[in-house]
Unconditional design. Structure first.
Length: 432
Protein backbone atom coordinates (compact mmCIF):
# COMPACT_ATOMS: atom_id res chain seq x y z
CA UNK A 1 0.00 0.00 0.00
CA UNK A 2 2.72 2.49 1.04
CA UNK A 3 6.26 2.62 -0.28
CA UNK A 4 8.71 1.40 2.34
CA UNK A 5 11.60 3.53 1.13
CA UNK A 6 12.09 6.05 3.89
CA UNK A 7 14.97 8.33 2.91
CA UNK A 8 14.24 11.70 4.42
CA UNK A 9 10.49 11.14 4.24
CA UNK A 10 9.90 13.20 7.36
CA UNK A 11 11.37 16.49 6.08
CA UNK A 12 8.44 17.92 4.11
CA UNK A 13 5.65 16.78 6.49
CA UNK A 14 7.44 18.32 9.48
CA UNK A 15 8.46 21.42 7.52
CA UNK A 16 4.88 22.08 6.45
CA UNK A 17 3.71 21.39 10.02
CA UNK A 18 6.20 23.93 11.33
CA UNK A 19 5.18 26.49 8.73
CA UNK A 20 1.43 26.10 9.31
CA UNK A 21 1.96 26.42 13.07
CA UNK A 22 4.04 29.57 12.64
CA UNK A 23 1.49 31.12 10.30
CA UNK A 24 -1.39 30.29 12.65
CA UNK A 25 0.38 32.00 15.56
CA UNK A 26 1.26 35.05 13.46
CA UNK A 27 -2.26 35.32 12.03
CA UNK A 28 -4.00 35.25 15.40
CA UNK A 29 -1.50 37.59 17.05
CA UNK A 30 -1.78 40.19 14.27
CA UNK A 31 -5.56 40.23 14.06
CA UNK A 32 -6.76 43.85 14.31
CA UNK A 33 -8.63 42.96 17.50
CA UNK A 34 -5.46 41.48 19.05
CA UNK A 35 -2.41 43.30 17.64
CA UNK A 36 0.16 41.64 19.90
CA UNK A 37 3.58 43.32 19.97
CA UNK A 38 6.07 42.19 17.36
CA UNK A 39 8.46 40.71 19.92
CA UNK A 40 5.71 38.44 21.24
CA UNK A 41 4.69 37.32 17.74
CA UNK A 42 8.30 36.50 16.88
CA UNK A 43 8.82 34.70 20.19
CA UNK A 44 5.74 32.50 19.73
CA UNK A 45 6.72 31.67 16.15
CA UNK A 46 10.15 30.58 17.36
CA UNK A 47 8.45 28.41 19.99
CA UNK A 48 6.75 26.61 17.10
CA UNK A 49 10.16 26.16 15.47
CA UNK A 50 11.52 24.70 18.69
CA UNK A 51 8.56 22.33 19.18
CA UNK A 52 8.72 20.89 15.68
CA UNK A 53 12.51 20.76 15.82
CA UNK A 54 12.22 18.74 19.01
CA UNK A 55 9.70 16.45 17.32
CA UNK A 56 11.97 15.92 14.30
CA UNK A 57 14.82 14.78 16.52
CA UNK A 58 12.57 12.61 18.68
CA UNK A 59 10.82 10.76 15.87
CA UNK A 60 13.16 10.70 12.88
CA UNK A 61 16.26 9.07 14.31
CA UNK A 62 18.51 11.56 12.49
CA UNK A 63 19.23 13.80 15.47
CA UNK A 64 20.33 17.38 14.88
CA UNK A 65 20.47 16.89 11.10
CA UNK A 66 16.73 16.26 11.01
CA UNK A 67 16.05 19.54 12.79
CA UNK A 68 18.37 21.47 10.47
CA UNK A 69 16.74 20.07 7.33
CA UNK A 70 13.20 20.56 8.61
CA UNK A 71 13.95 24.09 9.84
CA UNK A 72 15.62 25.10 6.58
CA UNK A 73 12.72 23.73 4.52
CA UNK A 74 10.18 25.54 6.70
CA UNK A 75 12.17 28.77 6.37
CA UNK A 76 12.02 28.46 2.58
CA UNK A 77 8.25 27.93 2.78
CA UNK A 78 8.03 31.06 4.90
CA UNK A 79 9.32 33.06 1.94
CA UNK A 80 5.63 33.23 0.97
CA UNK A 81 5.14 35.79 3.74
CA UNK A 82 8.68 37.05 4.28
CA UNK A 83 8.30 39.23 1.21
CA UNK A 84 5.58 41.19 3.02
CA UNK A 85 8.06 42.06 5.77
CA UNK A 86 10.85 42.95 3.35
CA UNK A 87 8.74 44.94 0.88
CA UNK A 88 9.16 48.70 0.86
CA UNK A 89 6.31 50.63 2.42
CA UNK A 90 5.12 51.94 -0.94
CA UNK A 91 5.03 48.45 -2.42
CA UNK A 92 7.55 49.44 -5.03
CA UNK A 93 9.93 46.55 -4.45
CA UNK A 94 11.97 44.64 -1.92
CA UNK A 95 14.05 46.47 0.66
CA UNK A 96 17.86 46.06 0.54
CA UNK A 97 17.71 44.26 3.90
CA UNK A 98 16.37 41.22 2.00
CA UNK A 99 19.97 40.43 1.06
CA UNK A 100 20.66 39.35 4.63
CA UNK A 101 17.13 38.68 5.90
CA UNK A 102 16.49 35.80 3.50
CA UNK A 103 19.63 33.73 4.15
CA UNK A 104 19.66 34.88 7.78
CA UNK A 105 16.16 33.61 8.47
CA UNK A 106 16.97 30.24 6.92
CA UNK A 107 20.13 29.87 9.01
CA UNK A 108 18.51 30.98 12.29
CA UNK A 109 15.44 28.75 11.96
CA UNK A 110 17.59 25.79 10.88
CA UNK A 111 19.94 26.27 13.86
CA UNK A 112 17.12 26.59 16.40
CA UNK A 113 15.34 23.52 15.04
CA UNK A 114 18.62 21.63 14.84
CA UNK A 115 19.54 22.46 18.41
CA UNK A 116 16.14 21.32 19.71
CA UNK A 117 16.38 18.15 17.62
CA UNK A 118 19.81 17.40 19.07
CA UNK A 119 18.43 17.81 22.58
CA UNK A 120 15.58 15.35 21.97
CA UNK A 121 17.08 12.76 19.65
CA UNK A 122 17.47 9.14 20.50
CA UNK A 123 19.86 6.73 18.85
CA UNK A 124 18.83 4.20 16.24
CA UNK A 125 17.12 4.10 12.89
CA UNK A 126 13.94 5.90 11.89
CA UNK A 127 11.43 5.83 14.73
CA UNK A 128 8.55 6.68 12.40
CA UNK A 129 8.05 5.05 9.00
CA UNK A 130 7.25 6.77 5.69
CA UNK A 131 3.58 5.81 5.83
CA UNK A 132 3.19 7.59 9.17
CA UNK A 133 4.89 10.70 7.81
CA UNK A 134 2.41 10.71 4.92
CA UNK A 135 -0.39 10.44 7.46
CA UNK A 136 1.06 13.42 9.33
CA UNK A 137 1.28 15.40 6.08
CA UNK A 138 -2.41 14.70 5.41
CA UNK A 139 -3.32 15.94 8.90
CA UNK A 140 -1.24 19.10 8.36
CA UNK A 141 -3.17 19.74 5.14
CA UNK A 142 -6.44 19.40 7.08
CA UNK A 143 -5.22 21.80 9.78
CA UNK A 144 -4.10 24.36 7.20
CA UNK A 145 -7.42 24.12 5.38
CA UNK A 146 -9.43 24.51 8.57
CA UNK A 147 -7.44 27.65 9.38
CA UNK A 148 -8.21 28.89 5.87
CA UNK A 149 -11.93 28.25 6.41
CA UNK A 150 -11.79 30.22 9.68
CA UNK A 151 -9.87 33.04 7.98
CA UNK A 152 -12.48 33.09 5.22
CA UNK A 153 -15.23 33.24 7.82
CA UNK A 154 -13.55 36.25 9.41
CA UNK A 155 -13.39 37.94 6.01
CA UNK A 156 -17.14 37.53 5.58
CA UNK A 157 -17.99 38.41 9.19
CA UNK A 158 -15.93 41.60 8.98
CA UNK A 159 -17.40 42.54 5.57
CA UNK A 160 -13.84 42.54 4.20
CA UNK A 161 -14.38 40.50 1.03
CA UNK A 162 -13.86 43.56 -1.15
CA UNK A 163 -11.27 45.31 1.01
CA UNK A 164 -8.68 44.54 -1.67
CA UNK A 165 -10.00 45.79 -5.00
CA UNK A 166 -7.90 43.69 -7.38
CA UNK A 167 -6.70 40.13 -7.99
CA UNK A 168 -4.32 38.30 -8.34
CA UNK A 169 -2.32 41.37 -7.33
CA UNK A 170 -2.99 43.37 -4.19
CA UNK A 171 -3.43 47.07 -4.96
CA UNK A 172 -1.17 46.57 -7.96
CA UNK A 173 1.60 44.86 -5.98
CA UNK A 174 2.63 41.24 -6.25
CA UNK A 175 0.52 39.42 -3.67
CA UNK A 176 3.59 38.03 -1.91
CA UNK A 177 5.31 41.43 -1.78
CA UNK A 178 2.47 43.53 -0.41
CA UNK A 179 3.99 45.40 2.58
CA UNK A 180 2.98 44.36 6.07
CA UNK A 181 2.67 48.02 7.09
CA UNK A 182 -0.34 48.40 4.77
CA UNK A 183 -2.18 45.31 6.04
CA UNK A 184 -4.64 47.09 8.31
CA UNK A 185 -8.33 46.63 9.06
CA UNK A 186 -10.27 44.79 6.38
CA UNK A 187 -7.19 44.63 4.13
CA UNK A 188 -5.48 42.42 6.72
CA UNK A 189 -8.38 39.95 6.81
CA UNK A 190 -8.66 39.69 3.03
CA UNK A 191 -4.95 39.67 2.19
CA UNK A 192 -4.06 37.19 4.95
CA UNK A 193 -6.83 34.94 3.64
CA UNK A 194 -5.20 35.03 0.21
CA UNK A 195 -1.80 34.13 1.65
CA UNK A 196 -3.31 31.22 3.58
CA UNK A 197 -4.97 30.12 0.35
CA UNK A 198 -1.58 30.05 -1.37
CA UNK A 199 -0.15 27.95 1.46
CA UNK A 200 -3.07 25.50 1.32
CA UNK A 201 -2.72 25.24 -2.46
CA UNK A 202 0.99 24.48 -2.18
CA UNK A 203 0.37 21.98 0.63
CA UNK A 204 -2.28 20.17 -1.44
CA UNK A 205 -0.05 19.95 -4.51
CA UNK A 206 2.93 18.59 -2.56
CA UNK A 207 0.70 16.10 -0.73
CA UNK A 208 -0.73 14.88 -4.05
CA UNK A 209 2.76 14.40 -5.47
CA UNK A 210 3.74 12.47 -2.35
CA UNK A 211 0.72 10.18 -2.62
CA UNK A 212 1.42 9.50 -6.29
CA UNK A 213 5.00 8.56 -5.45
CA UNK A 214 4.41 6.56 -2.27
CA UNK A 215 0.88 5.11 -2.31
CA UNK A 216 -0.20 2.40 -4.76
CA UNK A 217 -3.96 2.85 -4.25
CA UNK A 218 -5.15 4.14 -7.61
CA UNK A 219 -8.38 5.53 -6.24
CA UNK A 220 -6.48 7.54 -3.61
CA UNK A 221 -4.15 8.96 -6.24
CA UNK A 222 -7.16 10.08 -8.24
CA UNK A 223 -8.70 11.57 -5.13
CA UNK A 224 -5.50 13.56 -4.59
CA UNK A 225 -5.74 14.92 -8.15
CA UNK A 226 -9.36 15.91 -7.49
CA UNK A 227 -8.14 17.80 -4.41
CA UNK A 228 -5.55 19.67 -6.49
CA UNK A 229 -8.10 20.60 -9.14
CA UNK A 230 -10.59 21.66 -6.49
CA UNK A 231 -8.11 23.90 -4.65
CA UNK A 232 -7.17 25.58 -7.94
CA UNK A 233 -10.81 26.19 -8.80
CA UNK A 234 -11.34 27.52 -5.29
CA UNK A 235 -8.50 30.01 -5.70
CA UNK A 236 -9.83 31.27 -9.02
CA UNK A 237 -13.36 31.57 -7.61
CA UNK A 238 -12.03 33.64 -4.72
CA UNK A 239 -10.39 36.04 -7.14
CA UNK A 240 -13.31 36.28 -9.55
CA UNK A 241 -15.59 36.96 -6.59
CA UNK A 242 -13.72 40.29 -6.33
CA UNK A 243 -13.11 41.19 -9.97
CA UNK A 244 -15.92 39.43 -11.83
CA UNK A 245 -13.46 38.59 -14.63
CA UNK A 246 -9.81 38.16 -15.45
CA UNK A 247 -8.13 41.55 -15.29
CA UNK A 248 -5.00 43.18 -13.87
CA UNK A 249 -6.75 46.52 -13.45
CA UNK A 250 -6.65 48.19 -10.04
CA UNK A 251 -9.66 50.41 -10.68
CA UNK A 252 -12.86 49.64 -8.81
CA UNK A 253 -14.84 50.79 -11.85
CA UNK A 254 -13.46 47.85 -13.82
CA UNK A 255 -14.59 45.30 -11.25
CA UNK A 256 -17.86 43.41 -11.06
CA UNK A 257 -17.96 41.72 -7.62
CA UNK A 258 -20.17 38.64 -7.51
CA UNK A 259 -22.16 37.59 -4.44
CA UNK A 260 -23.04 34.32 -6.16
CA UNK A 261 -19.35 33.46 -6.50
CA UNK A 262 -18.80 34.49 -2.88
CA UNK A 263 -21.41 31.97 -1.78
CA UNK A 264 -19.98 29.26 -4.04
CA UNK A 265 -16.43 30.03 -2.85
CA UNK A 266 -17.46 29.72 0.79
CA UNK A 267 -19.32 26.44 0.37
CA UNK A 268 -16.67 24.86 -1.87
CA UNK A 269 -14.04 25.64 0.75
CA UNK A 270 -15.88 23.55 3.32
CA UNK A 271 -16.45 20.72 0.84
CA UNK A 272 -12.72 20.81 0.08
CA UNK A 273 -12.03 20.48 3.80
CA UNK A 274 -14.22 17.38 3.90
CA UNK A 275 -12.26 15.90 0.99
CA UNK A 276 -8.92 16.44 2.74
CA UNK A 277 -10.33 14.91 5.92
CA UNK A 278 -11.23 11.81 3.89
CA UNK A 279 -7.66 11.62 2.57
CA UNK A 280 -6.30 12.02 6.09
CA UNK A 281 -8.50 9.18 7.33
CA UNK A 282 -7.48 6.68 4.65
CA UNK A 283 -3.76 7.45 5.06
CA UNK A 284 -3.82 7.07 8.85
CA UNK A 285 -2.14 4.23 10.74
CA UNK A 286 -5.51 3.23 12.23
CA UNK A 287 -6.92 2.74 8.73
CA UNK A 288 -3.98 0.61 7.64
CA UNK A 289 -4.13 -1.55 10.76
CA UNK A 290 -7.91 -1.94 10.87
CA UNK A 291 -9.26 -5.52 10.64
CA UNK A 292 -11.29 -6.89 7.77
CA UNK A 293 -14.84 -5.56 7.49
CA UNK A 294 -17.23 -7.29 9.88
CA UNK A 295 -20.74 -8.18 8.60
CA UNK A 296 -23.51 -6.30 10.43
CA UNK A 297 -27.25 -6.35 9.67
CA UNK A 298 -27.66 -2.65 10.47
CA UNK A 299 -24.88 -1.26 8.30
CA UNK A 300 -26.94 -0.60 5.14
CA UNK A 301 -29.39 1.64 6.95
CA UNK A 302 -26.65 3.44 8.85
CA UNK A 303 -24.64 4.15 5.70
CA UNK A 304 -27.74 5.56 4.03
CA UNK A 305 -28.51 7.78 6.99
CA UNK A 306 -24.92 9.02 7.15
CA UNK A 307 -24.96 9.86 3.43
CA UNK A 308 -28.22 11.74 3.86
CA UNK A 309 -26.61 13.66 6.72
CA UNK A 310 -23.64 14.64 4.54
CA UNK A 311 -25.89 15.72 1.65
CA UNK A 312 -28.20 17.69 3.95
CA UNK A 313 -25.22 19.42 5.55
CA UNK A 314 -23.95 20.57 2.15
CA UNK A 315 -27.36 22.08 1.36
CA UNK A 316 -27.43 23.66 4.80
CA UNK A 317 -23.99 25.19 4.22
CA UNK A 318 -25.28 26.76 1.01
CA UNK A 319 -28.27 28.22 2.84
CA UNK A 320 -26.01 29.47 5.63
CA UNK A 321 -23.72 31.19 3.13
CA UNK A 322 -26.71 32.82 1.43
CA UNK A 323 -27.94 34.03 4.81
CA UNK A 324 -24.54 35.46 5.75
CA UNK A 325 -24.16 37.35 2.48
CA UNK A 326 -27.74 38.30 1.64
CA UNK A 327 -29.80 37.83 4.82
CA UNK A 328 -32.16 35.68 2.74
CA UNK A 329 -33.71 32.28 3.42
CA UNK A 330 -33.43 32.35 7.22
CA UNK A 331 -36.65 30.38 7.78
CA UNK A 332 -35.53 27.67 5.33
CA UNK A 333 -32.10 27.60 6.99
CA UNK A 334 -33.63 27.16 10.43
CA UNK A 335 -36.08 24.53 9.20
CA UNK A 336 -33.36 22.49 7.56
CA UNK A 337 -31.27 22.85 10.70
CA UNK A 338 -33.93 20.84 12.52
CA UNK A 339 -33.53 18.08 9.93
CA UNK A 340 -29.74 18.18 10.31
CA UNK A 341 -30.00 17.91 14.08
CA UNK A 342 -32.39 14.97 13.82
CA UNK A 343 -30.17 13.10 11.35
CA UNK A 344 -26.98 13.87 13.30
CA UNK A 345 -28.42 12.79 16.64
CA UNK A 346 -29.89 9.55 15.24
CA UNK A 347 -26.74 8.71 13.23
CA UNK A 348 -24.54 9.58 16.21
CA UNK A 349 -26.64 7.61 18.70
CA UNK A 350 -26.70 4.54 16.46
CA UNK A 351 -22.94 4.68 15.90
CA UNK A 352 -22.43 5.10 19.63
CA UNK A 353 -24.82 2.38 20.73
CA UNK A 354 -24.81 -0.27 18.00
CA UNK A 355 -21.10 -0.53 17.28
CA UNK A 356 -19.61 -1.19 20.68
CA UNK A 357 -15.93 -2.08 20.51
CA UNK A 358 -15.37 -0.39 17.15
CA UNK A 359 -13.87 2.67 18.74
CA UNK A 360 -13.55 4.91 15.63
CA UNK A 361 -17.26 4.57 14.84
CA UNK A 362 -18.35 4.67 18.47
CA UNK A 363 -16.24 7.72 19.33
CA UNK A 364 -17.27 9.49 16.14
CA UNK A 365 -20.91 8.96 17.07
CA UNK A 366 -20.29 10.58 20.44
CA UNK A 367 -18.41 13.45 18.82
CA UNK A 368 -21.18 13.99 16.25
CA UNK A 369 -23.79 14.45 18.97
CA UNK A 370 -21.51 16.82 20.87
CA UNK A 371 -20.58 18.96 17.87
CA UNK A 372 -24.15 19.27 16.58
CA UNK A 373 -25.19 20.40 20.07
CA UNK A 374 -22.52 23.10 19.98
CA UNK A 375 -23.62 24.11 16.48
CA UNK A 376 -27.24 24.52 17.56
CA UNK A 377 -26.13 26.70 20.46
CA UNK A 378 -23.98 28.84 18.16
CA UNK A 379 -26.81 29.10 15.65
CA UNK A 380 -29.18 30.43 18.31
CA UNK A 381 -26.50 32.83 19.53
CA UNK A 382 -25.80 34.04 15.97
CA UNK A 383 -29.50 34.64 15.43
CA UNK A 384 -29.69 36.57 18.69
CA UNK A 385 -26.75 38.90 17.98
CA UNK A 386 -27.49 39.50 14.29
CA UNK A 387 -31.29 39.36 14.51
CA UNK A 388 -31.34 37.48 11.21
CA UNK A 389 -29.68 40.23 9.15
CA UNK A 390 -26.47 40.11 7.18
CA UNK A 391 -23.58 41.65 9.10
CA UNK A 392 -22.99 45.07 7.61
CA UNK A 393 -21.24 48.28 8.54
CA UNK A 394 -18.98 47.88 11.55
CA UNK A 395 -19.88 44.57 13.21
CA UNK A 396 -19.07 44.13 16.87
CA UNK A 397 -16.44 41.70 18.08
CA UNK A 398 -19.24 39.54 19.53
CA UNK A 399 -21.06 39.36 16.19
CA UNK A 400 -17.89 38.49 14.33
CA UNK A 401 -16.82 35.84 16.85
CA UNK A 402 -20.16 34.02 17.02
CA UNK A 403 -20.86 34.16 13.28
CA UNK A 404 -17.38 32.86 12.42
CA UNK A 405 -17.54 30.14 15.09
CA UNK A 406 -20.92 29.04 13.72
CA UNK A 407 -19.50 28.77 10.21
CA UNK A 408 -16.34 26.95 11.33
CA UNK A 409 -18.34 24.48 13.43
CA UNK A 410 -20.53 23.78 10.41
CA UNK A 411 -17.41 22.87 8.46
CA UNK A 412 -16.23 20.64 11.32
CA UNK A 413 -19.64 18.96 11.43
CA UNK A 414 -19.45 18.16 7.72
CA UNK A 415 -15.92 16.77 8.11
CA UNK A 416 -17.00 14.66 11.08
CA UNK A 417 -19.97 13.24 9.17
CA UNK A 418 -17.75 12.33 6.23
CA UNK A 419 -15.33 10.63 8.62
CA UNK A 420 -18.10 8.60 10.26
CA UNK A 421 -19.36 7.39 6.88
CA UNK A 422 -15.86 6.40 5.72
CA UNK A 423 -15.12 4.45 8.88
CA UNK A 424 -18.47 2.69 8.75
CA UNK A 425 -17.59 1.63 5.20
CA UNK A 426 -14.16 0.43 6.29
CA UNK A 427 -15.10 -1.58 9.37
CA UNK A 428 -18.46 -3.11 8.50
CA UNK A 429 -20.00 -4.89 5.54
CA UNK A 430 -23.48 -6.03 4.57
CA UNK A 431 -24.38 -9.52 5.72
CA UNK A 432 -24.58 -11.96 2.81
Amino acid sequence: MISTGSGRSYVLPLAFAMTVSMWAVAYVCRLPAVMAPSWLVLGLMLVMVALWGWTSGLRSGDGWLAGVMVGAAAAVLNMLILGSILASADGGGVAPSALWWVPGSIVVIALIAGGCAAASCRRGEDVTGPADWTALFSKVAVAATFLLVVAGGLVTSNEAGLAVVDWPNTFGSNMFLFPLARMTGGIYYEHAHRLFGALVGLTTIVLAIRLWRRDDRVWLRRLAIVAVVLVMIQGVLGGLRVTGGFTLSTSESDMAPSIALAVLHGVLGQVFLGLLVAIAVVTSRWWRQAPEAEPRPTVTGDRSMQLWLVATLVVQLVLGAVQRHLAWGLIIHISLAAVVVMLAVIAGARAWGLYQGAWPVQRLGQALIGVVSIQVTLGIAALAVTQGRAIVGSPSTLEVTIATAHQATGAALLALSVTLYIWTQRLFSVES
